[in-house]
Design a protein around this ligand. Sequence first.
Ligand code: GLC
Length: 529
Amino acid sequence: MWWTGAVFYEVYVRSFADHDGNGIGDLRGITDRLPYLAELGVDAVWLTPFYRSPMADHGYDVADPRAVDPLFGDLAAFDALLARAHGLGLRVTVDLVPNHTSDQHEWFRAARGAEPGDPERSRYIFRGGRGPDGVEPPNNWPSVFGGPAWTRLPDGQWYLHLFASEQPDLNWSHPEVAADLDTTMRFWLDRGVDGFRIDVAHGMAKPAGLPDLSPDALHGLHSMSDSNDPRFDNDGVHEVHRGVRRTLDAYPEVMAVGEIWVGDDERVARYVRPDELHLAFNFRLLESPWNAEELRTAVDRSLRSIAGTGTPACWVLSNHDRPRHVTRYGGGKVGLCRARAAALLQLALPGVAYVYNGDELGLPDVDLPDEALQDPIWERSGHRERGRDGSRVPLPWAGDEPPYDFSPGASSWLPAPEGWAGLTAAAQGDDPCSILNLYRHALRIRRTWRGRSAMAPEASLTWLELPRDALGFVREDGLVCVLNAGTEPIVLPPGDLLLASGPLTSLTTSADSGGLALPPDTAAWLAST
Ligand code: GLC
């Protein structure tokens, strides 16, 4: 299948490219820049939600999943994007948000206007409160974004929202909920999309009776990546994915990947059973610090979680919900060197890779001033958590001043910082040593490296014996990847050098004066001899 071994590129629609000049990315902006993605060498794009939305969570609060929000364009603009992408050989996948809707969705507006107990409310999770007159929420659940997970309507009933109060959770035991997702999938599949990314794919089934979280579970609960959160990964969620798969199976060559934050490897595997999703994001690499042993464990665990499933691993270094890896790895020059090395690691691992827009430019997170912050997390946490805006700053395309050709207008929805002139796609395109050209080069090698069979699902790798602070492996097809996360250079294993993330040094101490050493924070690819 086309996605086996594919490299997907996540387009965070608001931040990729603005065509109409209002400072917010849009579909025409993406279409304008598709040749850049084709030249980069990715196989597919994933578009974050561009559906009709009041934008309380920047589109993850969907008011109509079968309409384009005017902010981003219209259906004609979507069709043009799809046609252009297909013309360039790029597949297009789009987001599905089945866990919740916007509070402006027609279903929720009807629910809000109805009486307690009215069937209009049964598509969501309404409950009476606790305590005198029900003034306390029905249970002690916090929202993933901070504050309580319940909001009370003037008539006294409470509704559940695991995210913002503008994102009421759907009741997946209601038959219309599943039927509507099916309609939405068919709507986009009939237009020609190649697949879906499923938002909060481990969240739709709530624990029976909505019990209070134990003090232990509550303690330190900050995000849905907490593996012990009993509100996620309940067994009932798999019925939802079986339904998704039934719909997909009626179309040729389409796929779905789930956003699954699940700690237990064996439980991750359940999402990719033959009648469920094709891929499950694996976030272990994204969660691993810059440390050889932890990176190796992340790889081992990821491979273990798909072993025997017949599906490829799915590697992620960054996305629109987490700080960018340049910043996670220390920022500045060091962060960038490590990000270059990490790119070679990610792109050498057997399976599928997801590149987040801006990874290929080596973008760091931006320290935004308080007044610029827009993520609902900032308000909901009472300004204790700054949220995810730092990794969502619009892409710099060209020029010396913000917004760096992101928009024909003078500004962008999140301000780009001064000092990014050297990071623009145009500047990096002209620099053979840029991270952009490293990505292009790596993707070219990946594509051609002994054919696609190299990326067969579950292709295995063998770890090399290397110093403790380094890791390296050889794949079945002979591609060797070595990464030095330590502070001393290491001797490169034998093989023909294909690509390095930074300059290599000569082995001055070795008897073989022609030998090469891999400096700290650097990775290399070799062809085993
Ligand atoms: C997913 C999205 C995130 C969004 C949340 C709620 O985690 O990636 O951006 O806020 O779901 O829809």
